[in-house]
Design a protein around this ligand. Structure first.
Ligand SMILES: [Zn+2]
Length: 96
């Protein structure tokens, strides 16, 4: 009788643990999804700022020509970088 009771109690505990663990999986999955969404929003903002809102130059030489042209008009301190998003070149005043 006692062993039977214990077994029922054990089953209850196992069921509770299973529920708890699947609940945690769900919480974890939701946190992961939110994290991924935040990452992609950040990436989107970074892409807009560092690529899509800028002039694109096909080659480093085109970009450097543009830098020289800006310098000739008094806009100095520009450098160029190869864009990870579009593979082109953009100008920046922030040295990296
Ligand atoms: Zn780009």
């Amino acid at each position: 009788m006692t062993s039977r009771k214990r077994s029922a109690r054990q089953k209850q505990v196992e069921a509770f643990r299973a529920q708890l663990s699947s609940g945690l999986d769900e919480v974890y999955a939701r946190a992961q999804a939110e994290h991924a969404a935040a990452d992609s929003r950040r990436e989107e903002a970074y892409r807009a700022k560092s690529c899509e809102s800028k002039n694109r130059y096909a080659t480093r030489w085109d970009a450097q020509e543009a830098i020289a042209s800006c310098a000739a008009h008094g806009r100095t301190g520009l450098t160029c970088y190869r864009c990870d998003f579009c593979g082109g070149w953009h100008l920046t005043s922030h040295p990296r």
